[in-house]
Design a binder for this molecule. Sequence first.
Ligand SMILES: Nc1ncnc2c1ncn2[C@@H]1O[C@H](COP(=O)(O)OP(=O)(O)OP(=O)(O)O)[C@@H](O)[C@H]1O
Length: 592
Amino acid sequence: MDHEEKQADPQEVKAQARAGRAALAAMLAPVRARTRLAMGLQIVGAAATVVPYIAIAELAKVLLAPGPTDEGDVRRAVLIAVFGLSVRALFGGVALALTHFADVALQASLRRRIVERLGRAPLGWFTANSSATVRKAAQNDVHDLHYLVAHSAVETTAAVTVPVVGLGYLFWLDWRLALLALATLPLYAGAYAYMMKDFGPQMGRLNAGIAAINKAIVEFVTGIGVVKTFGRAGEAHAGYREAATRFGEHDSGWVRPMLKLEAFSSMAVSPPVVLLVNLAGGVWFVHAGWVSPVDVLTASMVALVIPSVLVTLGFGAQARREATAAAQRIAAVLETPVLPEAVRPRAPEGHEVVLEDVSFRYDGSTDVLKGVSLRLTPGTVTALVGPSGSGKSTLASLVTRFHDVTGGRITIGGADVREIASERLYRHIGFVLQDVQRLRTSVRDNIRLARPDASEEEVREAARAAQIDRRIEALPRGYDSVVGEEAVLSGGEAQRVSIARALLADAPVLVLDEATAFADPESEAAIQDAIARLVRGRTVLVIAHRLPTIVEADQIAVLSEGRIVARGRHPELLAEDGLYARMWASHERAVV
Ligand SMILES: Nc1ncnc2c1ncn2[C@@H]1O[C@H](COP(=O)(O)OP(=O)(O)OP(=O)(O)O)[C@@H](O)[C@H]1O
């Protein structure tokens, strides 16, 4: 196991942090004005928080003063306290409402921008991985901004304003009282600075330790079958034990002393200690004749408020860190490459598909397809065959414009696919792929995805032709069953739903990836039958895995390492005695 603890390059970490802050600032720009207004209101509201304390002190002075109590003074003190509380509630409430409205607007606009951007992303961009990223960005990451926008700005403002105004009042009252209110803070700050001294690298080591333990657990669990079979449980445990021991050593070496220090520093700002210091010091001040007992009481109340600022600032910093990371992920999704839409779109005339000298690379350096030219005549089936990795799926995905070619061009009915408006393109071209697109909605809606206005009879007709109608009718709620919940479909069944969808869409050009392995012969025959119906009369490009499709195809294109190395019908290619004949021979051997 690798125990090397990788330390990130500090320059890189700094650049990352800068990029994160910039992404966050750009994302929050639309709500900045409202956030600032809310902070302004909150300063007034928070300053008013101190007013009742002062009013109570004044009231105490009035009540404790020798001689008869002046009712007018009492009433005035009470009114001032009520006024302070009201201003605080009103301004604080409006400030929070403003930031919450800003947050709702920001979330909605970010989600809209994500959807709008993804609507223009090439379909080839949508993989399982990218779907997870998008889901995380649209749900969790956008939500992670909530605390920062709706709460943090306003709460931090309040947390800073209250002690500052309170201290200002204490300085006005007596500077010694103000300093007394701050007396325990240097202890806290000193302990905190000491804890933070080595924090970054130590946390890195701690996280590396946890990662090592997790890795050992995953290794053990995923290999448990092999481990048990060969009676090696002891050895497998050793990896975990070693990782756990290292973690434990580090834990006792750094974390435990830190925890003691933490407890000490928290105690320095805890209410009992603050109260004790202020009252004890206050008693001394009173004896010295510097202040009155009522002033000591007021100062103690203000001193109690001060530590709360530390907690709120801590939360604020944490929220900012999380929001920064979230903003970076959202920014990445918002920068998803998009397929350019033609300014003056063209309409295809006819259904012939022509690939002219097409090249393609995923990564900007290696050509996966090199100078591929191919003509797909309307009403014929072209079968793509070739070894694994030769570029068959890539070629099919270019015809459906899941990606744009990096060289050459592809035309449908004489128009470059890049010049056809995408909505029109997908009325013209249908696809049934292995990685079957199943939506979490009713089977009916899955079938009529391309034609939402299709009648019930048309949906059923398509399902019948795709040989899936009886299976759907046997589902708990028939066509209303939700795919993935009530309708758990096997690979073969899902592909037949896709075929029904393509039949209903009735696009004249069809790209088809035949399923490789759906075991039972009944399902196999049903799919074969459904496909035969589907391809009839269309321009078809099929990634062929089944013998009948290949043998009966009007044209077979043999791909090898991104080039078409042979083209023709089955008997012609066999006679050429090249790659195709070799593939055929090994296939026959495998079948026999
Ligand atoms: N999304 C992708 N990003 C980067 N490279 C890819 C991507 N998809 C495929 N490739 C690479 O392109 C080459 C052609 O892959 P492709 O899937 O088109 O071949 P294939 O003939 O369809 O293979 P198979 O029969 O195994 O499905 C391979 O080297 C593959 O690694």
